[in-house]
Design a binder for this molecule. Structure first.
Ligand SMILES: Cc1cc2nc3c(=O)[nH]c(=O)nc-3n(C[C@H](O)[C@H](O)[C@H](O)COP(=O)(O)O)c2cc1C
Length: 325
Protein backbone atom coordinates (compact mmCIF):
# COMPACT_ATOMS: atom_id res chain seq x y z
CA UNK A 1 0.00 0.00 0.00
CA UNK A 2 1.29 3.45 -0.91
CA UNK A 3 0.39 6.54 1.14
CA UNK A 4 2.10 9.85 1.90
CA UNK A 5 3.50 8.18 5.05
CA UNK A 6 4.98 5.11 3.33
CA UNK A 7 6.57 7.46 0.78
CA UNK A 8 7.92 9.85 3.40
CA UNK A 9 9.40 7.17 5.63
CA UNK A 10 10.45 4.68 2.96
CA UNK A 11 8.43 1.83 4.44
CA UNK A 12 6.24 -0.89 2.94
CA UNK A 13 3.09 -0.59 5.08
CA UNK A 14 1.56 2.55 6.66
CA UNK A 15 1.88 1.18 10.19
CA UNK A 16 3.93 2.71 13.00
CA UNK A 17 4.70 1.52 16.52
CA UNK A 18 4.48 4.43 18.92
CA UNK A 19 7.15 5.01 21.58
CA UNK A 20 6.39 3.02 24.72
CA UNK A 21 8.23 3.32 28.01
CA UNK A 22 10.01 0.05 28.92
CA UNK A 23 8.58 -1.63 25.78
CA UNK A 24 10.28 0.27 22.97
CA UNK A 25 13.65 -1.48 23.12
CA UNK A 26 15.65 -2.49 20.04
CA UNK A 27 13.88 -5.90 19.84
CA UNK A 28 10.45 -4.25 19.52
CA UNK A 29 11.49 -1.59 17.02
CA UNK A 30 13.43 -4.03 14.84
CA UNK A 31 10.57 -6.55 14.76
CA UNK A 32 8.09 -3.92 13.55
CA UNK A 33 10.51 -2.50 10.98
CA UNK A 34 11.44 -5.97 9.69
CA UNK A 35 7.73 -6.66 9.21
CA UNK A 36 7.44 -3.62 6.91
CA UNK A 37 6.15 -1.01 9.37
CA UNK A 38 8.23 1.47 11.31
CA UNK A 39 9.42 0.57 14.79
CA UNK A 40 10.35 3.15 17.41
CA UNK A 41 12.91 2.96 20.23
CA UNK A 42 11.75 4.90 23.30
CA UNK A 43 14.55 7.40 23.99
CA UNK A 44 13.91 8.12 27.65
CA UNK A 45 13.70 4.44 28.63
CA UNK A 46 17.47 4.52 28.09
CA UNK A 47 18.96 6.02 31.24
CA UNK A 48 21.63 8.07 29.45
CA UNK A 49 22.38 9.30 25.91
CA UNK A 50 25.24 6.77 25.84
CA UNK A 51 22.75 3.98 26.53
CA UNK A 52 20.50 5.28 23.75
CA UNK A 53 23.46 5.29 21.34
CA UNK A 54 24.08 1.61 22.23
CA UNK A 55 20.39 0.75 21.78
CA UNK A 56 20.35 2.39 18.34
CA UNK A 57 23.47 0.39 17.38
CA UNK A 58 21.83 -2.81 18.69
CA UNK A 59 18.70 -2.13 16.63
CA UNK A 60 20.80 -1.55 13.54
CA UNK A 61 22.27 -5.03 13.98
CA UNK A 62 18.75 -6.49 14.03
CA UNK A 63 17.32 -4.64 11.01
CA UNK A 64 18.45 -2.93 7.84
CA UNK A 65 15.03 -1.25 7.50
CA UNK A 66 14.20 2.29 8.69
CA UNK A 67 13.38 2.70 12.40
CA UNK A 68 12.94 5.72 14.63
CA UNK A 69 13.37 7.07 18.15
CA UNK A 70 10.69 8.59 20.40
CA UNK A 71 11.58 11.70 22.37
CA UNK A 72 8.99 12.61 24.97
CA UNK A 73 9.26 16.15 26.32
CA UNK A 74 7.76 16.26 29.77
CA UNK A 75 7.68 19.17 32.18
CA UNK A 76 10.14 18.28 34.94
CA UNK A 77 12.18 19.93 37.65
CA UNK A 78 15.39 18.28 36.49
CA UNK A 79 14.92 17.65 32.77
CA UNK A 80 16.67 14.70 31.10
CA UNK A 81 19.78 15.45 29.01
CA UNK A 82 17.77 16.23 25.85
CA UNK A 83 20.76 17.69 23.94
CA UNK A 84 22.63 14.44 24.65
CA UNK A 85 19.70 12.29 23.44
CA UNK A 86 19.35 14.37 20.26
CA UNK A 87 23.09 13.99 19.64
CA UNK A 88 22.82 10.20 20.05
CA UNK A 89 19.99 10.14 17.49
CA UNK A 90 21.86 12.27 14.98
CA UNK A 91 25.18 10.45 15.39
CA UNK A 92 23.38 7.10 15.29
CA UNK A 93 22.13 7.96 11.79
CA UNK A 94 18.46 7.65 12.77
CA UNK A 95 16.24 9.38 10.19
CA UNK A 96 12.84 9.26 11.93
CA UNK A 97 11.93 10.86 15.26
CA UNK A 98 8.58 10.71 17.02
CA UNK A 99 8.24 13.62 19.41
CA UNK A 100 5.56 13.84 22.07
CA UNK A 101 4.57 16.02 25.00
CA UNK A 102 5.75 19.62 24.86
CA UNK A 103 6.30 21.58 21.66
CA UNK A 104 9.46 20.21 19.95
CA UNK A 105 10.31 23.55 18.22
CA UNK A 106 13.64 23.94 20.04
CA UNK A 107 14.96 20.68 18.56
CA UNK A 108 13.63 20.99 15.02
CA UNK A 109 16.57 22.89 13.45
CA UNK A 110 19.10 20.24 14.53
CA UNK A 111 16.83 17.36 13.54
CA UNK A 112 15.93 18.85 10.15
CA UNK A 113 19.56 19.83 9.36
CA UNK A 114 20.38 16.16 9.70
CA UNK A 115 17.66 15.02 7.33
CA UNK A 116 15.48 13.59 10.10
CA UNK A 117 11.71 13.33 9.55
CA UNK A 118 9.85 14.55 12.63
CA UNK A 119 6.44 13.14 13.49
CA UNK A 120 4.90 14.95 16.44
CA UNK A 121 2.26 13.11 18.44
CA UNK A 122 -0.59 15.29 19.63
CA UNK A 123 -4.09 14.94 21.01
CA UNK A 124 -5.87 17.95 19.51
CA UNK A 125 -6.33 19.68 16.17
CA UNK A 126 -4.84 22.91 17.58
CA UNK A 127 -1.64 21.15 18.64
CA UNK A 128 -1.48 19.35 15.28
CA UNK A 129 -1.76 22.69 13.47
CA UNK A 130 0.96 24.11 15.70
CA UNK A 131 3.22 21.16 14.82
CA UNK A 132 2.53 21.79 11.13
CA UNK A 133 3.28 25.52 11.53
CA UNK A 134 6.66 24.95 13.22
CA UNK A 135 7.76 22.58 10.44
CA UNK A 136 7.07 19.03 11.60
CA UNK A 137 6.90 16.62 8.67
CA UNK A 138 3.85 14.72 9.92
CA UNK A 139 1.76 14.26 13.04
CA UNK A 140 0.27 11.34 14.91
CA UNK A 141 -3.21 12.21 16.11
CA UNK A 142 -3.94 10.42 19.38
CA UNK A 143 -7.67 10.12 20.19
CA UNK A 144 -9.36 9.86 23.59
CA UNK A 145 -9.33 6.05 23.43
CA UNK A 146 -5.52 5.86 23.29
CA UNK A 147 -3.27 4.20 25.82
CA UNK A 148 -1.06 6.72 27.61
CA UNK A 149 -1.79 10.44 27.67
CA UNK A 150 -4.97 11.37 25.74
CA UNK A 151 -4.79 15.05 26.79
CA UNK A 152 -7.69 16.87 28.43
CA UNK A 153 -10.15 17.41 25.55
CA UNK A 154 -11.66 13.90 25.44
CA UNK A 155 -12.39 13.90 21.69
CA UNK A 156 -12.61 10.35 20.30
CA UNK A 157 -11.08 9.46 16.95
CA UNK A 158 -14.39 9.30 15.07
CA UNK A 159 -14.46 13.10 15.41
CA UNK A 160 -10.79 13.95 15.90
CA UNK A 161 -9.47 12.28 12.73
CA UNK A 162 -11.88 13.87 10.23
CA UNK A 163 -11.36 17.20 12.02
CA UNK A 164 -7.60 16.79 11.62
CA UNK A 165 -8.12 15.94 7.94
CA UNK A 166 -10.18 19.12 7.48
CA UNK A 167 -7.39 21.32 8.81
CA UNK A 168 -3.99 19.71 8.16
CA UNK A 169 -1.87 19.85 5.03
CA UNK A 170 0.91 17.56 6.26
CA UNK A 171 0.31 13.78 6.40
CA UNK A 172 -0.99 12.28 9.63
CA UNK A 173 -1.26 8.93 11.34
CA UNK A 174 -4.36 7.87 13.23
CA UNK A 175 -3.38 6.81 16.75
CA UNK A 176 -5.37 5.35 19.62
CA UNK A 177 -7.68 2.36 19.37
CA UNK A 178 -6.01 0.93 16.25
CA UNK A 179 -5.69 -2.86 16.15
CA UNK A 180 -6.44 -4.49 12.82
CA UNK A 181 -7.36 -4.15 9.15
CA UNK A 182 -10.66 -2.55 10.08
CA UNK A 183 -8.84 0.17 12.00
CA UNK A 184 -6.51 0.84 9.09
CA UNK A 185 -9.29 1.13 6.51
CA UNK A 186 -11.33 3.35 8.85
CA UNK A 187 -8.31 5.56 9.54
CA UNK A 188 -7.64 5.96 5.82
CA UNK A 189 -11.34 6.65 5.18
CA UNK A 190 -11.24 9.45 7.75
CA UNK A 191 -8.34 11.10 6.00
CA UNK A 192 -5.28 9.65 7.73
CA UNK A 193 -2.25 8.39 5.81
CA UNK A 194 -1.57 5.46 8.11
CA UNK A 195 -1.95 4.27 11.68
CA UNK A 196 0.12 4.26 14.85
CA UNK A 197 -0.35 1.48 17.42
CA UNK A 198 0.87 1.13 20.98
CA UNK A 199 -1.07 -1.42 23.04
CA UNK A 200 -1.55 -3.86 20.12
CA UNK A 201 2.22 -4.17 19.66
CA UNK A 202 2.79 -5.08 23.33
CA UNK A 203 0.81 -8.30 22.81
CA UNK A 204 3.26 -9.69 20.23
CA UNK A 205 5.85 -12.45 20.51
CA UNK A 206 8.79 -10.08 20.09
CA UNK A 207 7.67 -7.40 22.57
CA UNK A 208 10.44 -7.52 25.21
CA UNK A 209 8.09 -7.53 28.22
CA UNK A 210 6.99 -10.11 30.79
CA UNK A 211 4.42 -12.67 29.57
CA UNK A 212 2.03 -11.49 32.33
CA UNK A 213 1.73 -8.12 30.56
CA UNK A 214 0.79 -9.73 27.24
CA UNK A 215 -1.75 -12.00 28.98
CA UNK A 216 -3.23 -9.04 30.90
CA UNK A 217 -3.89 -7.27 27.59
CA UNK A 218 -5.43 -10.39 26.02
CA UNK A 219 -7.60 -10.91 29.12
CA UNK A 220 -8.73 -7.27 29.36
CA UNK A 221 -11.91 -5.96 27.79
CA UNK A 222 -12.61 -2.46 26.50
CA UNK A 223 -14.08 -1.68 29.93
CA UNK A 224 -10.89 -2.33 31.87
CA UNK A 225 -8.95 0.90 31.45
CA UNK A 226 -9.17 3.87 33.81
CA UNK A 227 -8.25 7.55 33.50
CA UNK A 228 -5.97 8.74 36.29
CA UNK A 229 -4.27 12.02 37.24
CA UNK A 230 -7.01 14.14 35.65
CA UNK A 231 -6.93 16.68 38.49
CA UNK A 232 -3.20 17.15 37.86
CA UNK A 233 -3.96 17.87 34.17
CA UNK A 234 -1.73 14.94 33.31
CA UNK A 235 -4.47 12.46 32.42
CA UNK A 236 -3.27 8.95 31.65
CA UNK A 237 -5.26 5.95 30.41
CA UNK A 238 -4.04 2.87 32.28
CA UNK A 239 -5.07 -0.74 32.80
CA UNK A 240 -7.00 -1.20 36.03
CA UNK A 241 -5.27 -3.15 38.83
CA UNK A 242 -5.01 -3.04 42.63
CA UNK A 243 -2.47 -0.19 42.48
CA UNK A 244 -4.72 1.84 40.18
CA UNK A 245 -7.73 1.27 42.44
CA UNK A 246 -5.67 2.57 45.38
CA UNK A 247 -4.71 5.61 43.30
CA UNK A 248 -8.33 6.32 42.37
CA UNK A 249 -9.38 6.06 46.03
CA UNK A 250 -6.78 8.71 46.91
CA UNK A 251 -7.99 10.91 44.04
CA UNK A 252 -11.57 10.64 45.33
CA UNK A 253 -10.57 11.36 48.91
CA UNK A 254 -8.29 14.34 48.19
CA UNK A 255 -10.14 15.88 45.22
CA UNK A 256 -8.54 19.05 43.93
CA UNK A 257 -6.09 19.04 46.86
CA UNK A 258 -4.33 16.00 45.36
CA UNK A 259 -0.63 16.48 44.71
CA UNK A 260 1.76 14.29 42.76
CA UNK A 261 3.52 13.31 46.00
CA UNK A 262 0.27 11.74 47.27
CA UNK A 263 0.27 9.13 44.50
CA UNK A 264 3.98 8.68 43.94
CA UNK A 265 3.81 5.08 45.20
CA UNK A 266 1.30 4.19 42.49
CA UNK A 267 2.96 5.99 39.57
CA UNK A 268 6.71 6.33 40.09
CA UNK A 269 9.05 3.48 39.21
CA UNK A 270 6.13 1.26 38.19
CA UNK A 271 7.22 0.42 34.61
CA UNK A 272 10.17 -1.88 35.40
CA UNK A 273 8.02 -3.73 37.97
CA UNK A 274 5.26 -4.31 35.42
CA UNK A 275 7.22 -4.76 32.21
CA UNK A 276 10.24 -6.66 33.53
CA UNK A 277 8.97 -8.46 36.63
CA UNK A 278 5.35 -8.95 35.55
CA UNK A 279 4.04 -7.63 38.89
CA UNK A 280 0.63 -6.73 37.45
CA UNK A 281 -0.66 -4.92 40.56
CA UNK A 282 2.36 -2.61 40.90
CA UNK A 283 0.52 0.54 39.80
CA UNK A 284 -0.40 2.70 36.81
CA UNK A 285 0.84 1.68 33.37
CA UNK A 286 -0.51 2.94 30.05
CA UNK A 287 -2.93 0.73 28.14
CA UNK A 288 -5.56 1.57 25.54
CA UNK A 289 -9.26 0.66 25.36
CA UNK A 290 -8.19 -1.29 22.27
CA UNK A 291 -7.26 -4.12 24.67
CA UNK A 292 -10.87 -5.21 24.07
CA UNK A 293 -9.94 -5.98 20.44
CA UNK A 294 -6.75 -7.90 21.24
CA UNK A 295 -7.25 -11.65 21.56
CA UNK A 296 -3.90 -13.20 20.64
CA UNK A 297 -0.11 -12.85 20.74
CA UNK A 298 1.16 -13.09 17.15
CA UNK A 299 4.61 -12.20 15.82
CA UNK A 300 4.89 -8.66 14.44
CA UNK A 301 5.17 -10.12 10.94
CA UNK A 302 1.98 -12.17 11.42
CA UNK A 303 0.18 -9.15 12.86
CA UNK A 304 1.17 -6.72 10.12
CA UNK A 305 0.58 -9.25 7.31
CA UNK A 306 -2.87 -9.97 8.77
CA UNK A 307 -3.71 -6.27 9.02
CA UNK A 308 -2.72 -5.62 5.42
CA UNK A 309 -4.59 -8.69 4.15
CA UNK A 310 -7.72 -7.80 6.10
CA UNK A 311 -7.55 -4.17 4.92
CA UNK A 312 -7.35 -5.31 1.31
CA UNK A 313 -10.27 -7.73 1.76
CA UNK A 314 -12.39 -4.97 3.29
CA UNK A 315 -11.62 -2.50 0.52
CA UNK A 316 -11.74 -4.84 -2.49
CA UNK A 317 -14.41 -7.19 -1.14
CA UNK A 318 -16.77 -5.61 1.34
CA UNK A 319 -16.67 -1.96 0.26
CA UNK A 320 -16.36 -2.32 -3.52
CA UNK A 321 -18.88 -5.17 -3.28
CA UNK A 322 -21.38 -2.78 -1.69
CA UNK A 323 -20.89 -0.23 -4.46
CA UNK A 324 -21.19 -2.85 -7.17
CA UNK A 325 -24.24 -4.54 -5.68
C1 LIG B 1 2.76 0.95 27.87
C2 LIG B 1 2.73 2.22 27.06
C3 LIG B 1 3.75 3.15 27.24
C4 LIG B 1 3.76 4.33 26.48
N1 LIG B 1 4.81 5.20 26.63
C5 LIG B 1 4.89 6.31 25.82
C6 LIG B 1 6.02 7.18 25.89
O1 LIG B 1 6.96 6.98 26.68
N2 LIG B 1 6.04 8.24 25.05
C7 LIG B 1 5.03 8.49 24.16
O2 LIG B 1 5.11 9.45 23.41
N3 LIG B 1 3.94 7.69 24.09
C8 LIG B 1 3.86 6.61 24.89
N4 LIG B 1 2.76 5.76 24.79
C9 LIG B 1 1.69 6.06 23.79
C10 LIG B 1 1.89 5.28 22.48
O3 LIG B 1 3.05 5.68 21.80
C11 LIG B 1 0.68 5.47 21.53
O4 LIG B 1 0.52 6.84 21.24
C12 LIG B 1 -0.61 4.92 22.12
O5 LIG B 1 -0.37 3.70 22.76
C13 LIG B 1 -1.67 4.74 21.04
O6 LIG B 1 -2.83 4.21 21.59
P1 LIG B 1 -3.20 2.62 21.60
O7 LIG B 1 -2.52 2.09 22.80
O8 LIG B 1 -4.68 2.63 21.69
O9 LIG B 1 -2.67 2.04 20.34
C14 LIG B 1 2.72 4.59 25.55
C15 LIG B 1 1.68 3.66 25.42
C16 LIG B 1 1.68 2.48 26.14
C17 LIG B 1 0.56 1.50 25.94
Amino acid sequence: MKTRITEMLGIEHPIMQGGMHFVGFAEMAAAVSNAGGVGIITGLTQRTPEDLAKEIARCREMTSKPFGVNLTFLPSVTPPDYPGYVKAIVEGGVKIVETAGNNPVKWLPTLKENGIKVIHKCTSVRHALKAEAIGCDAVSVDGFECGGHPGEDDVPNFILLPRAAEELKIPFLASGGMADGRSLVAALAMGADGMNMGTRFIATKEAPVHENVKQAIVNASELDTRLVMRSLRNTERVLNNAGVERLIEKEKALGSALKFEDIIGEVAGVYPKIMKEGDMDAGAWSCGMVAGLIHDIPTCQELIDRIMKEAEQIIRGRLVGMLDA
